[in-house]
Ligand binder design. Structure first.
Ligand code: SAH
Length: 406
């Protein structure tokens, strides 16, 4: 169990931020971030995670959010005056739940792994909550949400109509290092001792390990692309690069001739094998390889007619953008060169700083360099439980292209 930080007492405190003249425009357009350069003054001695009320230079109220000392000074959760107490967050979480009911995600009989809160996309910047059956896995990306994580956890049973029984806090790797909060992962509600479970996604079964797995344990955000993939696997030889625990592989196994999963993590490929087994038993059509994707692609024969490329984010910051774009070009060129004629490439970028246009350009340049004729079958994005706020285009982080390669 985590110890309460020294700054816990400051949580109920509200500080006042005044913006420089003219810097209120982006807030008026509902963009949820205030960059430190826009701030003229901060009242008192703020502590990371404090609630901040933001005012324009003429002292009109603009918004309320959580303060942090980094380049993003305030992450806004309300554009109207509010008291951010239990009732306030209950309503925000209820909104997130109702949205997912409208989108047909909550309560689907064949899918019990879905995202209840997607940060900025749900007007709660800094908070992510994924549901795996009755267990919610919470990740606080800000001190502000980390301080109130137990309150948030306590609201989840009611907000989800009794679905959530337990809440696992997995904020160790997501909180800002400089905040010195000393988080430790563990249950903050209804500890059931489980470190994972088997979930259903569109009727397929997957082992999810939220304790040791990446992110909250599973890449829920690829659900719709996995479904789309299934339509194109019939009789094909499929190569699932950066396969993690075999999400795409399991769908492909429905009707593919052969499925190979590649990931540099041996733990991931072992779980991929287990997931294929859970759904198809011992099936010689599947094999996995714990190895580097680039060397696998460079040395393999042209034996695949469908290749999936779903690498981790190549750029976490703007200054790494050019290098990331080069990475996408190189990776896609390697795959495009080797796909059998008439084959398909399903390629993704999950880097937030790489725009859809940037990504398309990288892939198109890679295609042109290989001299292959390529057509776009589909352009994909995030599923509805990872909503994109139209006021925060940066929340559109996941971009996919399914290409037909002559
Ligand atoms: N497609 C997956 C998610 C992929 S996440 C799904 O649907 O679940 C990215 C994966 O890339 C991680 O599992 C990580 O271990 C793997 N990875 C990172 N660098 C790699 C490399 N150089 N070669 C192979 N795999 C790599």
């Amino acid at each position: 169990m985590t110890t309460k930080p020294a700054s816990m007492t400051s949580v109920t405190r509200t500080i006042r931020i005044t913006l420089r003249k003219g810097k209120e425009q982006s807030v008026k357009r509902f963009h949820p971030w205030i960059f430190s350069g826009a701030v003229a003054s901060v009242s008192g001695e703020p502590v990371e995670g404090d609630v901040a009320e933001v005012f324009a230079s003429d002292n009109t109220y603009l918004a309320t959010g959580h303060w942090a000392p980094g380049s993003i000074a305030v992450r806004i959760f309300s554009f109207s005056r509010c008291t951010p107490d239990r009732e306030f967050f209950r309503k925000k979480l209820m909104d997130a739940m109702n949205y997912r009911i409208s989108a047909g995600i909550a309560g689907k009989s064949d899918t019990n792994a879905w995202r209840l809160v997607h940060g900025e996309g749900d007007g709660l910047p800094g908070l992510v909550i994924d549901l795996y059956g009755n267990v919610a896995v919470l990740q606080a990306h800000t001190a502000g949400f980390w301080h109130i994580r137990e309150m948030i956890a306590g609201l989840l049973p009611e907000v989800t109509g009794g679905l959530v029984h337990s809440v696992y806090d997995k904020s160790e790797g997501t909180l800002p290092f400089m905040a010195k909060l000393n988080p430790s992962n563990g249950y903050i509600m209804g500890a059931n001792g489980e470190t994972g479970t088997v979930v259903s996604e569109n009727g397929f079964r997957f082992r999810v390990d939220w304790e040791k797995g990446q992110k909250t344990g599973f890449f829920i955000d690829q659900r719709d692309s996995r479904s789309l993939l299934r339509q194109y696997c019939n009789g094909r030889s499929v190569l699932n690069m950066f396969g993690y625990t075999g999400g795409f592989s399991v769908y492909a196994m429905s009707n593919a001739a052969l499925v190979h999963t590649v990931d540099s993590s041996a733990t991931a490929t072992a779980t991929a094998d287990e997931n294929v087994y859970l759904n198809f038993g011992s099936d010689p059509r599947h094999r996995s390889f714990a190895t580097d994707a680039f060397s696998f692609l460079s040395s393999m024969e042209s034996e695949y007619d469908l290749i999936i490329l779903d690498p981790p984010a190549f750029a976490k910051h703007h200054n790494a953008l050019n290098q990331a774009l080069q990475g996408y070009r190189r990776l896609n060129a390697l795959a495009l060169k080797k796909i059998k004629p008439g084959g398909l490439l399903f390629t993704f970028s999950c880097s937030q700083v790489v725009s859809r246009d940037d990504f398309r350009r990288s892939v198109f340049v890679a295609a042109a360099n290989t001299g292959r004729n390529v057509r776009i079958l589909h352009q994909t994005g995030q599923p509805p439980d990872h909503p994109v706020s139209i006021y925060h285009p940066e929340s559109e982080y996941l971009k996919g292209l399914m290409l037909y390669v002559e």
